[in-house]
Each structure stands twice: as C-alpha cells, then as structure tokens.
Write a protein that binds this ligand. Structure first.
Ligand SMILES: [Zn+2]
Length: 424
C-alpha cells in the first residue's frame, strides 16, 4: 500500500495526466495513469503539482518586526540598517524564535519548504545565531532552514566582526556571508571578499554574500567575488545576492563582467520585491528599477534565483511568505514576458534556488523526497499570474498544509454562478 498517490497531475515540465506514487517519504514512481491503493489519494484534476518553493535569500532574525521601534521613513537600505541597529539591543532569544516559527508556519502554508536565511553575526553575543539555530532544529521535520553568517555591520568595519562570524560558523551556521559594499572603502570591501572566500575554502563551506546592493555603477565587488571563486576553485559554491549595482553599470563593462561570472559558475539571487522598493531612492525621474540583469545572466547560463529577502521588517512593509509574489514582481521588473521567460521565473523560485542551496533529493522524479505542492493553477505561468493558492502541501509524503480553492460565488443575471480563476 502506497502512502500517497496523486493522480491527474500536470507537472512544471508540461507533462499532463501524471500519477505520483509515494512510499516511505520518497517518490517511487511518476507515470501516466497509475492507479494503486494508498493511505491518501488525491485527484489533482489537471492542476499543477510542483516541487516546493525555495527561498534562496531571507532574513529570519528580523522578520515580523515591522514598526519596532519605528518604521523606515526614507525607505532606503541604509535607514533600514540603522533601524535594525536600534532594534537589536531590545531583541530576546524567545522573541526571535517566536517570530521565526510564526514565519515558518506561513511558509509551509505557501508550500515554501526550504529557506536560506542570513543571520546577523555583528554583535559578540550572537543572540540571533543562537535563536535561529534553535529554530532550525525545531522546524527540521517540516522545513529546511539553511543559515548564512551575515556580518550586517561589515566584517572589517565592525569591531570583532571576523571573529564573531567565525564563532557563528563554529556554532553550526552553514554558509559564509558578507557585505562588501558596506565596508568603509572599496579596497576594504574587496579585502573582505578575499578573506571570506578564503575562510569558506578552508572550511569547505558555501558562500552567499550581499554584494553591490547599491545604485552606484562603480560598486564592482561582484568582479572580485567571481575572481576569488575561480582563484580558490569554489565553482558552483558561491552566490552573489542582490547585485543591484549591475542595473546601473556601463554596458561595455557588463559585457566583460558576465562572462567572468559565468566562468566562475557564480549563483545569483535577485530580490525583486526589495530591489524595486529600496533602489533608486536617490533618483528623481527617471527612477531606476535597481534589479540586477536577470534575463541576461540567465542567457549566459548562470543559475539565477528570486529571493523574498524581507517580510514585515525594517526594510520592507509587505510580504506573506509567497514566493509566487517574488516571481510575479521579478517577471514584471525584468520584463520577462515571453512564455519561456515566464517559465524561467517559476524556475527562479523552485529548481534554481534548490540548486544554489545544494538541496538533496529535490524534484519530481523517482528517488526524490516526496515534498510536493498542489497549486490552484494548470501550469507554472498561470501559477505566477494567479499567485495560485496552495491547495495541498506534502512533506516527505505527509500532508502538512491545506487551503480551500478560491472560487467566488456570483449573483449576476444570465451569468454563471461562480468564477474559478484556474479554469481558464
Ligand atoms: Zn538580504
């Protein structure tokens, strides 16, 4: 007897009428028209079944803190960092844990089952690190939480920054972070990239840096990141997050830069919701969009993911753990409107971030973990368009969340009695 059988599913790759058979927490068969006894049987009725959403860039130590102690008036990155600095002395272990667990509940309801979260290592107490390591363990049965040691105040700029970051790694944080554009000078920023990549090479860790989150076209730390990646042989293990300065860079320079990034097999994370709100704040009109060059980076063969980055915190007053909202914004900001580009936007919140995180057993194929999401949409493009409801979410073959289909009842003369947005 199977644990779970889903029938009549459409898959993200376009296959239709597929059955997915699950046993012992893994997918053991994906085939057309299979019928077999199972503890739970779900008829998807032609709707999309996807592997879970993955968020490659988040801040779980600050989430759901909006308004504490005040809101960000200028809307800039720098006021957000200052505001987080005001909030930090008031943080407690329990408050961080409770907010993070609440966020993870929302994430599961949205079919978001893997998150890479940066955690601030600036203060010697490492209070946020202890709290999120606690959360990581508590959510492990239902959500993969990968942590990045993030020196928010600058690994060189803040006193003791490097020691604190190393201690966070000693405590069990998975990935080496950085913030070169926040160091005191361009030279110090480049130095920080070198030190942090060497540290990752030494310890066998992945790297994910906030890099060039700026509208300054001369912020070129990504060039150093690509160089250090190839110098140290860290191919495929290094991600540059944000890279918003690339939006404003000279086109000739970018024509040299992107091939260097591709040579280093750099991962890229754009955060469309945050980039479109934080960047361009010093512009009058025209206002720059600030998102990095997503279609061009994809065309060059780089793995590009869309992250959510922030939900209700000093940097962002919106969000609800919905990666389709990030994909929807990325599609619009990047003008990724061809059928192929829209499907790439779905990949940017599923398979691409899964690759950047190095998730094992991700996907809909025999042998993969039975982590599945049934969406109220017929294909990935519609899922983004509708920001489709997650009708069912399964982790290792066990249902962990359900939501009712959003069908509106109508009372109109001579018209049908309801609207089902997924039926078109
Ligand atoms: Zn971030």
């Amino acid at each position: 007897m199977l644990d779970l059988l889903i029938t009549h599913a459409s898959l993200p790759d376009g296959r239709q009428n597929m059955s997915i058979a699950v046993q012992g927490g893994r997918i053991n068969e994906v085939t057309e028209g299979l019928q077999a006894p199972a503890h739970e049987t779900v008829d998807a009725g032609g709707l999309l079944v996807s592997p879970p959403f993955v968020d490659a860039h988040f801040h779980m130590d600050s989430t759901l803190s909006y308004g504490q102690p005040r809101v960000n008036e200028s809307g800039t990155l720098l006021e957000g960092i200052a505001l987080w600095g005001e909030l930090k002395p008031t943080l407690t272990h329990d408050a961080i844990v409770q907010r993070a667990l609440q966020y993870c509940d929302m994430a599961v309801a949205r079919g978001l089952l893997a998150i890479r979260s940066h955690v601030d290592t600036s203060h010697p107490s490492l209070l946020p690190v202890e709290a999120l390591l606690d959360v990581k363990q508590r959510v492990a049965p239902y959500l993969d939480l990968q942590l990045v040691a993030f020196p928010q105040d600058g690994v060189l700029r803040a006193p003791g920054g490097l020691d604190n970051l190393k201690r966070a790694l000693d405590m069990g944080v998975d990935v080496v972070g950085g913030i070169p554009h926040f160091e005191r000078t361009m030279a110090q920023g480049a130095e920080s990239v070198k030190i942090l990549c060497e540290l990752a090479a030494e310890r066998g860790k992945r790297v994910d840096m906030h890099c060039d989150e700026s509208d300054d076209p001369h912020s070129r730390h990504v060039e150093t990141l690509a160089y250090e990646t190839q110098r140290l042989g860290l191919y495929g293990r290094v991600t540059g997050s944000h890279l918003t300065s690339m939006h404003s860079m000279d086109n000739y320079y970018v024509s040299k830069l992107i091939p260097l990034m591709a040579e280093a097999d750099l991962g890229v994370v754009a955060n469309p919701l945050i980039n479109i709100t934080l960047q361009g704040r010093h512009d009058t009109y025209p206002k720059r969009r600030g998102m990095t060059r997503v279609p061009e980076l994809m065309a060059a063969g780089l793995t590009v993911a869309f992250g959510h980055d922030c939900v209700l915190d000093p940097w962002y007053s919106g969000g609800s753990a919905d990666m389709l909202e990030a994909a929807h914004m990325g599609l619009h900001v990047g003008q990724m409107t061809s059928q192929a580009a829209m499907r790439q936007c779905f990949d940017a919140v599923t398979v691409n971030p899964a690759k950047l995180l190095g998730l094992e057993g991700y996907g809909i194929a025999p042998g993969c973990h039975a982590d599945l999401v049934l969406l109220h949409a017929r294909n990935p493009v519609d899922a983004i368009r509708l920001r489709a409801t997650r009708l069912g979410v399964w982790r290792r073959g066990q249902r962990v969340a359900s939501s009712p289909a959003p069908v509106a009842q109508l009372n109109l003369p001579g018209r049908p009695g309801s609207v089902d947005f997924a039926s078109n």
